[in-house]
Each structure stands twice: as C-alpha cells, then as structure tokens.
Design a protein around this ligand. Sequence first.
Ligand SMILES: NC(=O)c1ccc[n+]([C@@H]2O[C@H](COP(=O)([O-])OP(=O)(O)OC[C@H]3O[C@@H](n4cnc5c(N)ncnc54)[C@H](OP(=O)(O)O)[C@@H]3O)[C@@H](O)[C@H]2O)c1
Length: 282
Amino acid sequence: MKIAITGAGGQLGRDLIRVLGPVHELLPYTRQQLDVRDEEAVVRLIVETQPDVVIHAAAYTQVDQAEGHPEDAYMINSYGTRNVALAAQKAGAKMVYISTDYVFDGTKEGLYSESDRTNPLSIYGKSKLHGEKFVEIACERFYIVRTSWLYGKHGNNFVKKVLELAGKQPSLTMVSDQYGSPTYTYDLALFVAELICTDLFGVYHASNRGSCSRYEFAQEILRAAEINGVTLKPVSAAAFSLPAARPDNSAFDDTAIRNSGLTRIRDWKSALHDFICNDLER
Ligand SMILES: NC(=O)c1ccc[n+]([C@@H]2O[C@H](COP(=O)([O-])OP(=O)(O)OC[C@H]3O[C@@H](n4cnc5c(N)ncnc54)[C@H](OP(=O)(O)O)[C@@H]3O)[C@@H](O)[C@H]2O)c1
C-alpha cells in the first residue's frame, strides 16, 4: 500500500517508518515538509499523491505549554486534523488519527473503554478531542487510535528522563497517585500496521496492557536498566503545580481490539524491558 504519514519526524512517526517502511511504499512528511495547518498544501499534496492510507501522527504535544498557547494547540490538533481528514477523504484514502488518553477526565474507577464518556481536563486534551470529531465528520473510513504515555527510541520521553536523572541524582521524586498505561511506540506502530490492512474502522484504545503510576513506572525503568542505589520517593500529583491538569486515572481497556480479533498489544512491563535491553542507545 501507499501510506502517507504526518509528523514523520516525531517519536511515533519514526517508529511507524521503521515498521511500515520494509513492507509498504511510504510518503513520510515532517513538519518542515508539510505543515498540517496549511489546508491548501495538505489537500494538494495528499490528493496529488493518492495514498491508500493517511496516518496522522503530527500534533502539538506540549501539554503544559498548550495551556498558555491554546491557539497553537487548536490550530494544529483540531484544525490541522480537520485538514488532514478532508484531504484523506478527498483522496479516497483510509485515515488513521492518533489520539490520546487525555480525552478522559480520569474520574472512572477501573479501565477506560472506547465507549466511555470523554471529558478532557486540559487544552491539549480538548484540542485532540476536537480532532477526533473532525475525523468522524469528514471521513467515511477512519480509525481513531487513542494511546497513552508514549516512549520509544526517538524523542524525549519519561523513560529517557528517568535514566538521565538517575545518572545524576541519588533520589528522584515521582507522582504515585496518577495511573495510566505506558506504551512503547514500536508496539503501537506494529498495531497500526495490522489495523490498516483491515476494514475494521472505528475507535481503538491501543496501549501496552496493564497500568501503573509514574512512581511504579520509574521503579520498573530502574529495574530493567539494572540501576541500584537510586531512591524513589512517592509524592502526590497535588505537590506539583503543573499548568495542565492530568487525569488521575487513564488506564485503558482494549475492548475494541479484543472484539475485532486483532492481535492484543503486549503488557507494559515486557515492552519496557524489551525497549531498555534491546532498543535504547545508552
Ligand atoms: N507522547 C505521548 O505521551 C502521547 C500520548 C498520547 C497520545 N499521543 C499522540 O501520539 C501522537 C504522536 O506523539 P509523539 O509522542 O510522537 O509526539 P512528537 O514526538 O511530539 O511528534 C509530533 C510531531 O508532530 C510535528 N508537528 C508539530 N506541529 C506540526 C504541524 N503544524 N504540522 C506538521 N507537523 C507538526 C512535530 O514536529 P516538531 O518536532 O518539528 O514540532 C513532531 O515531529 C500525537 O498525535 C500525540 O498527540 C502522544
């Protein structure tokens, strides 16, 4: 298949290229090559190149910064997604929109499934949810793939940050009362690779299975990296006054994946160990 990818220079974008590149013809667009805010350029490029699938991984991802720059978040995540969705529909392509666990408010006890009520707490979450709505309205054949707590080989992420700090400090303070599902971008790319070969359109929760707090995530990172002698101190999220509110719980249930008979994504601890032992450059 011919597959266009927006945000191809990002953390997920680069693993999508790694997974899909050997099998498909790719049209990967970095921000420099295609700014999704530019409706005319987006439509022209996608209609001209006629991809079978458009994977929209580009986004404004600075969650805290978005609170002070809502116009940027909405222009990229909402309006930019609208542009990509319109272009995909016009080209007759299937559309994959990568969305987020931050569309939920975190008040549910237990795991979030695809049919749960959305209620984003932050500008970032709201702008991504608007993106979902545009995709649903504009596209006939779409997959909305919500994911969470991404990390991988490329880009700055929590795993790299913990390892970097552990090399400098004897103790690290980690939030222990917010729960989510850490997700390895390589595993997410494998899931997307399988999904786009089907006509199983709809909304998916696609994260590594299981959940943890940032404190437990950091514990497992140090364990996988065989780092001893660094103390982790649990702290409530309330102790950090970050600009953007995060959900207290955004752990995912993979109901749609199970119901569709797609391959379930592995558990978060196995993925993390695999990443640290086999993929991370240290
Ligand atoms: N990271 C997470 O924990 C997380 C969690 C849930 C969902 N997601 C979603 O997963 C997707 C991938 O995230 P990621 O972690 O790979 O993020 P990332 O590393 O920040 O990648 C996003 C990419 O989008 C590009 N971009 C920004 N503005 C653009 C624009 N106007 N036009 C075209 N490209 C633009 C960025 O380019 P520059 O770097 O040049 O700005 C960057 O390469 C996003 O949709 C995100 O919302 C992420």
